[in-house]
Design a binder for this molecule. Structure first.
Ligand code: F6P
Length: 551
């Protein structure tokens, strides 16, 4: 299939029908939809069963859709040939057209060892062999048999990476803290700001510290600079470069650059170019996670992910959970004018989940050129944001409840807490908020209700809530490695569906290049005190002021 075969989404017949449906349903009210259809919750909720039998309930019923709208959204997916693109992705085809690459992160969680080939070569044996290496290595770190240059066990692992080589591992490490081993700490350094690495290294002992340099390309400036700083810090005490082998490992696709840096390729955990950075937590990039939670738990994380892959591949669109999530997002973004999407985990362990999803969603779908190489004439990627609740309720939820913008929201919670302290009181209070927020956003509070409570005069409109604000509630049984794997892949495939409908390539990231190139050029200009004469007047003024104050 040629990529130029794909039409602009706005030219598809279902797109036009959806525009008409939106006009026809401009007064759609979800509370009234519940009154009309007593089965709405049952009909619009889907339960995902994981490989270990655990379940996650996705309640889509509080969204601003009815059967007719949903049917047209599914029709849109069919006309946009999303199933074909999905099947091509799982077949290892090079659907990342601008980089000429397959999009095959699903092959990293192929624990059932199916034949998953790229260019006629089955990826399963190689993926498994890297996983076995990760297993052996993580076991050695955890049981203390891998020792540093003075014979001491490793107490601190520092992952140095940025973007996908950081956000996934950090998020999963935080989310699965309950599975960690006491006495073994994992830290993450990403920012080029020297403060990040300086503060992480301050309390650490080079004799017991292991660095994982995580970079798909091994050319990312932030990561190579931080890794060199770490090497200098280590050698200041260890002196002999021969000791590096015990304290540095590389997670990368680029063996040549890894060797140049001075890391023995025996200590390199590889993956292939068909793994995009933001989809790489399942690869060797997840080594810090495997060390932190143990390999069995890491494997369970992969299996939970694999189970959603199977669901996504095998389930018809009407019941396909990530597909429904993606279609709802398109509905809000392109027909109801939403600009943003809120993800609020009611779970402190998931506090980095929104940050992780920001890269997944916005680096994937923040594009304005189609796979047919023309500019879109419609909106694409939403601005995704979020913070854990209940904290978020005391911060920006005011705007979500009473602001002028439509903000579709996902609320995520687990029924069972890892910390059921105070006889589970905290958990019950957390859950009461989880239920209350989506209910309040939907039902709102009318003028007559405000008045019935005794409010009069000027205050009445201030206390009104319009309601009819859409949410998807995601209720897991517990945040286990398998459940987390499944939740991440729900969002991966939701993002895939959005991009497939918008007819953009969700798998490249050309938009990050220009800034990188300019920073490199300006970096050289900061090597001396001479004022710069080029650049636009604002940038020139800023650089020259910086030079006066800093150099
Ligand atoms: O600058 C964006 C990006 O390319 C991301 O896509 C990627 O996750 C990140 O940089 C890090 O890249 P690498 O793993 O090659 O260092």
């Amino acid at each position: 299939m040629s990529f130029s075969d794909f039409k602009l989404a706005s030219e598809l017949p279902a797109w036009k029908s959806l525009e008409q449906l939106h006009t026809k349903n401009s007064k759609f009210n979800v509370s009234e939809a519940f009154e009309k259809d007593p089965q709405r919750f049952e009909k619009y909720s889907k339960t995902f069963t994981n490989y270990d039998g655990s379940k996650i309930l996705f309640d889509f019923s509080k969204n601003l859709v009815d059967d007719e709208i949903l049917a047209q959204l599914i029709q849109l997916a069919k006309e946009a040939k999303v199933e074909k693109l999905r099947d091509e992705m799982f077949a290892g085809s090079k659907i990342n057209s601008t980089e000429g690459r397959a999009v095959y992160h699903a092959a990293l969680r192929n624990r059932s060892m199916k034949n998953m080939s790229v260019d006629g070569k089955n990826t399963a044996p190689e993926v498994d062999s890297v996983l076995q290496h990760m297993k052996e290595f993580s076991n050695q770190i955890r049981d203390g048999s891998w020792t540093g240059y003075t014979g001491k066990a490793i107490s601190d692992v520092v992952n140095i990476g940025i973007g996908g080589s950081d956000l996934g591992p950090v998020m999963v490490t935080e989310a699965l803290k309950a599975y960690s081993k006491p006495g073994l700490n994992v830290h993450y350094v990403s920012n080029i700001d020297g403060t990040h690495i300086a503060e992480i290294l301050k309390p650490l002992n080079p004799e017991t510290t292991l660095f994982l340099v995580a970079s798909k390309t091994f050319t990312t400036a932030e990561t190579t600079t931080n890794a060199n700083t770490a090497k200098n810090w280590f050698l200041e005490k260890a002196k002999d470069t021969a000791h590096i082998a015990k304290h540095f490992a590389a997670l990368s696709t680029n063996a040549e650059e890894v060797s140049k840096f001075g890391i023995d390729t025996k200590n390199m955990f590889g993956f292939e170019s068909w793994v995009g950075g933001r989809y790489s937590v399942w690869s060797a990039i997840g080594l810090s996670v495997a060390i932190y939670i143990g390999f069995d738990n890491f494997e369970s994380f992969l299996k939970g992910a694999e189970a959603v892959d199977a669901h996504f591949q095998e389930t018809r669109l009407e019941d396909n959970i990530p597909a429904l999530g993606g279609l709802l997002s398109v509905w809000y973004n392109n027909f109801l004018g939403a600009q943003t999407h809120l993800v609020a985990p009611f779970d402190q362990y998931l506090h980095r989940f929104p940050a992780y999803l920001q890269q997944l969603s916005m680096e994937s779908n923040g594009k304005s050129v189609t796979r047919g190489n023309v500019f879109t004439n419609y909106q694409t990627g939403t601005v995704l944001f979020g913070e854990p609740a209940t904290n978020a309720q005391h911060s920006f939820f005011q705007l979500v409840h009473q602001g002028t913008k439509l903000i579709p929201a996902d609320f995520i919670m687990a029924a069972q807490s890892h910390n059921p302290i105070e006889n589970n009181l905290h958990q019950r209070m957390l859950a009461s908020n989880f239920f209350a927020q989506s209910e309040a956003l939907m039902v709102g509070k009318s003028e007559s209700e405000v008045k019935a409570e005794g409010t009069t005069g000027d205050l009445v409109p201030h206390k009104q809530f319009s309601g009819n604000r859409p949410t998807t509630s995601i209720l897991a049984q517990k945040i286990t490695p398998a459940a987390l794997g499944a939740l991440i892949v729900y969002y991966e495939h939701l993002t895939f569906i959005e991009g497939a409908i918008w007819n953009i390539n969700s798998f490249d990231q050309w938009g990050v290049e220009l800034g990188k190139v300019l920073a490199k050029k300006i970096g050289k200009e900061l090597d001396n005190k001479d004022p710069v004469t080029t650049h636009d007047p604002s940038t020139k003024g800023l650089i020259n002021q910086f030079k006066k104050w800093s150099l």
